[in-house]
Unconditional design. Structure first.
Length: 213
């Protein structure tokens, strides 16, 4: 199974190029960004309150404006129903709706606990969560900062290797800035593991087509 790309209505300057087997979902006004890329989504989903252009020639799943889930959350669940486990989401890190950005970030730990790989992409940064027993390994080409935040309570058994400030079986309490601005080391493949709890990871990574996902 490929990657499910979801594009929301927030700031999006990236251009994506889904491969065969990938799924491209426009979450409402994200269809405008997809049109700018010269693409047609496989599905348009949402209440259409932020769509600025004509409807694209693709299947439409329209929802009422008064609903319990955001369009992005509905798009993820639709991708799960179609068998996808890896998601790259654009158009949520920036724009006029801070509440939508916070909503997207708040959902990440729950997705991680379900075994889904869901990454928010935008503004040269990425956000993802790790749940108990999970790890992420970064390319040795990665540069810049990596920040860790405990969410939903204290996270324990945190190991961070090949970073400027390594951790070994450490605990990270919530509501502190202890994990902000760690740094990747040149030529070293960093690895972060979470023993118990949930951790949000924020790192600098400009989008480039063809890079490792």
């Amino acid at each position: 199974m490929g990657i499910c790309y979801i594009v929301g209505a927030g700031d999006c300057t990236e251009t994506i190029n889904p491969a065969k087997g990938d799924l491209l979902i426009a979450a409402d006004g994200g269809a405008d960004h997809i049109a700018r890329m010269g693409l047609t989504p496989d599905l348009l989903l949402g209440d259409l309150d932020s769509l600025g252009s004509a409807l694209p020639a693709c299947p439409l799943m329209r929802y009422p404006a008064e609903k319990d889930d955001t369009d992005m959350a509905l798009a993820v669940e639709e991708g799960v129903l179609r068998g996808y486990r890896e998601f790259l989401i654009f158009g949520v890190l920036g724009g006029a709706r801070l509440d939508h950005t916070l909503a997207a970030v708040s959902l990440l730990p729950g997705y991680a606990s379900r075994g889904l790989s869901v990454t928010l992409v935008g503004g040269g940064q990425r956000v993802r969560a790790l749940a108990s027993g999970q790890e992420i390994i970064f390319s040795p080409r990665r540069e810049g900062y990596l920040s860790l935040f405990a969410t939903g309570g204290e996270a324990a058994g945190i190991t961070a290797e090949n970073l400027k400030y390594p951790l070994a079986d450490a605990a990270l309490p919530p509501h502190v800035t202890l994990g902000v601005s760690n740094e990747f080391l040149p030529g070293r493949a960093a690895r972060v593991t979470v023993g118990q709890g949930a951790v949000l990871l924020v790192w600098q990574q400009p989008w480039q087509e063809g890079e490792e996902k």
